[in-house]
Design a protein around this ligand. Structure first.
Ligand code: ADP
Ligand code: MG
Length: 690
């Protein structure tokens, strides 16, 4: 309101339309591009391929035409010694008519179009030229995000640029105080803060703009990393955790008598990390990233046995009913006759059965619980829950993760397991407060899944291939996209596919099961079970099979309309095959014609089985907003940084933060005073966010 050119009414508009309340907000309202106004062209040199032009000349007579207000238009021309160009306005005609001076010299900037073969500019920006040679106000003029409403009240991008310029004039170096330590500025060759704001809005050269952008991105990522890392340090320092003092009988007996295979080096390493965490007296917060098939379940089970050995309860949460049941039954099988009681709780367990389960949880009779998020619902009270394992975390919201804490007076240890390798940039920002374990090794003897792309037209060959494999005694999946289970056309495609597969395999006697989201849970379970037991040799399904399903005899997966899936999702699906010793194949069927850009994504799938690489690519292709589970998190609401592009800056910033906080966790050093006071000034804002 107090800025020259604003006042109460416009201040209100800026608030409403752009969320700009303060000078600071205005500085953070970054231009989305700049236009080069350093060049003034002769009108005669304008050619059809020109996009935006800046010319200077004399304004011709103004002509108003059209009757009704909606049809009125204003036309004129601009001429210089080399030629003449037509100008036209459709809106705000009267006002523009009044404000222009025919015969005067104007500097014009606008977007060129051609009408009846003649160059014309609609709604040009015009600036009266007073002196003979006037340099443009800004060589690179910022263009700001704006709204129609603001435009109509005289607060278009140009006016906003004027406001930003006045703010920058008013504010001194002291007002836009440096918040990064001098040593950091030097190490990373970053320009100062005030200079950066000046150059991001009004750069003289492209180089200046890039310098400013890099500095401000670094600042933003650096500050968010400081916050995340301090959270982690504080948690390590203060929060008490359940103390698992010993490795007991259950763990040892299971290890010696029941474990069906040798653990991989990676599994052992992660178990050691968990053992160390849970014996430290602090609460564990660990993220376990292990590619599909790397054997996370057994790590979860051994960790839970550790909790039980120490007299506590543990639980394992999975995102779906199917997966919970599968975990429950495989864990029960693995445990065999070991004396430990395990329970299952999902949304479908109701009434008397549910009541009974709840009692056993409450009394502590059940030591290990497996289930869906039903486990953290109202009314579930554990006796002494000390370890929570979340499988496939990305499907749990952040709020659900937080909900776990209310289950017990003391925060349980938390192990988050994900098979969707999270791109490094994302895990640094979303889970930067967690310790991270990576299982980068698959159990010995696995053969990588061979992946092939196949056009629609060759589907008969695909079916033939599947038939051969099944004839060898193997099992096969056909997967259809059903992103929204309610999508009608998707559902029809699935049914068509099912008919087609059934017709093709009729007479072979192979059972075919089908799983999708519209079935009742009982139906779905029965169909699943048929496939798991091998009664059905072929499964036609939607992505409900995506997570965790484990049928090691399945060696073929055909993914229909593969171009509609995200890369990480394709990788997840593909992980359902190649789980046994046989070599497996995944066929991606698409309708993409040669040269379609979508093919480059399919190529990635053909070329690598490395989930981390795929996750990084996925982030590149889709941008961070689309990665599952991050959308509403707010953690990624950066103003200028973009973690799908700025990985290098993020890594540099994180490295610098870790180094800095290791040496000076409380920011006591004089060189860190500016950073500290900046963070303290921001505290209220941060706490609101978190
Ligand atoms: P994921 O990490 O995808 O959850 P699972 O825990 O489901 O993987 O394990 C995949 C398969 O590998 C299972 O059939 C499991 O029994 C088997 N497995 C796990 N660890 C080993 C190992 N060390 N050696 C051999 N097979 C293993
Ligand atoms: Mg799993």
């Amino acid at each position: 309101m107090y800025l020259r050119g604003v006042g109460p009414q416009r201040a209100e508009l800026l608030k409403k339309e752009l969320g700009i309340f303060t000078f600071g907000d205005l500085l953070l309202h970054f231009p989305h591009r700049h236009i080069d106004k350093s060049e003034v062209r002769p009108i005669g040199s304008i050619a059809t391929e020109t996009d935006y032009v800046q010319v200077r000349g004399l304004l011709g007579p103004l002509k108003l035409s059209g009757g009704k207000p909606a049809q009125r238009r204003l036309t004129s021309t601009l001429s210089d010694p080399t030629g003449t160009i037509d100008l036209i306005w459709f809106q705000g005609v009267n006002w523009i008519h009044r404000s222009l001076v025919p015969g005067a010299r104007y500097l014009l900037y606008g977007r060129l179009s051609f009408f009846n073969g003649k160059a014309q500019i609609g709604h040009p920006e015009l600036e009266l030229v007073s002196g003979p040679e006037q340099a443009p106000k800004w060589a690179l003029e910022p263009v700001y995000p704006c709204t129609e409403k603001l435009r109509s009240r005289g607060l278009g991008p140009r006016a906003i640029a004027g406001l930003v310029a006045s703010v920058l004039e008013i504010l001194s170096d002291h007002d836009i105080a440096e918040n990064l330590p001098a040593a950091i500025l030097e190490e990373f060759k970053l320009i100062g803060r005030r200079k950066a704001f000046l150059q991001i809005h009004f750069p003289k050269t492209a180089q200046e703009f890039l310098q400013a952008q890099r500095r401000l991105k670094f600042e933003e990522l650096f500050l968010s990393q400081v916050r995340i890392c301090r959270l982690k340090i504080r948690r390590h320092g203060s929060s008490r955790g359940f103390h698992f003092s010993k490795v007991g009988d259950l763990f040892n007996r299971f290890y010696r008598e029941k474990l069906p295979f040798q653990l991989t080096g990676a599994q052992k390493k992660v178990l050691r990390e968990i053992r160390t965490d849970t014996a430290s007296g602090h609460q564990m917060n660990r993220l376990l990233q292990g590619d599909v098939g790397s054997g996370k379940t057994i790590v979860a089970l051994l960790s839970m046995l550790l909790a039980v050995d120490n007299g506590y309860q543990a639980c394992l949460m999975a995102p779906t009913e199917i997966l919970s049941r599968q975990h429950f039954s495989s864990i029960r099988t693995l445990l065999g006759d070991l004396p430990v009681s395990i329970g299952l709780l999902t949304g479908n367990i109701k009434g008397k059965a549910r009541k009974q389960v709840l009692e056993q949880i409450g009394s502590g009779a059940t030591r290990i619980m497996v289930g869906t998020h039903a486990l953290i619902e109202e009314g579930v009270r554990f006796h002494n829950l000390a370890l929570v394992i979340i499988d496939e975390q990305h499907r749990f919201g952040v709020a659900q993760r937080a909900g776990l804490w209310s289950k017990s007076a003391q925060a349980p240890h938390v192990l988050v397991m994900t098979a969707t390798p999270i791109p490094r940039t994302l895990s640094m920002t979303l889970y930067g407060d967690l310790d991270v374990s990576v299982m980068g090794e698959l159990p010995a003897g696995r053969k990588p899944v061979r992946t092939l792309h196949c056009g629609e037209e060759r589907r008969h060959a695909v079916l033939g291939f599947v038939k051969e494999e099944v004839a060898k005694g193997r099992q096969a999946y056909f997967v259809y996209p059903l992103i929204e289970e309610s999508e009608k056309s998707d559902y029809e495609n699935l049914m068509k596919g099912w008919e087609e597969v059934r017709a093709y395999f009729s007479g072979t006697g192979y059972g075919i099961s089908m799983v999708h989201g519209r079935q009742t849970p009982e139906d779905r379970r029965a169909q699943m079970e048929d496939f798991v037991q091998g009664r059905a040799r072929i499964m036609v399904a939607t992505t409900v099979i995506e997570v965790g399903v484990d049928v090691s005899n399945a060696t073929v997966m055909v993914i229909e309309s593969a171009e509609r899936f995200g890369l990480s999702q394709l990788h997840q699906l593909r992980g359902r095959v190649g789980r046994g010793g046989e070599s497996s194949t995944c066929i991606l069927v698409t309708r993409l014609s040669p040269g379609d850009p979508g093919l480059s994504r399919i190529r990635v799938m053909e070329q690598t089985n490395d989930g981390f690489l795929i996750a990084d690519k996925d982030l590149e292709f889709r941008g961070p907003g689309d990665i599952e589970g991050t959308r509403q998190s707010g953690v990624l609401d950066f103003r200028i940084a973009d973690i799908s592009q700025d990985r290098l800056i993020l890594e540099a910033a994180r490295g610098a933060v870790i180094q800095l906080l290791t040496r000076d966790p409380d920011l006591r050093e004089p060189g860190h005073a500016s950073l500290r006071s900046y963070l303290e000034g921001r505290k209220s804002a941060w706490s609101k966010i978190s």
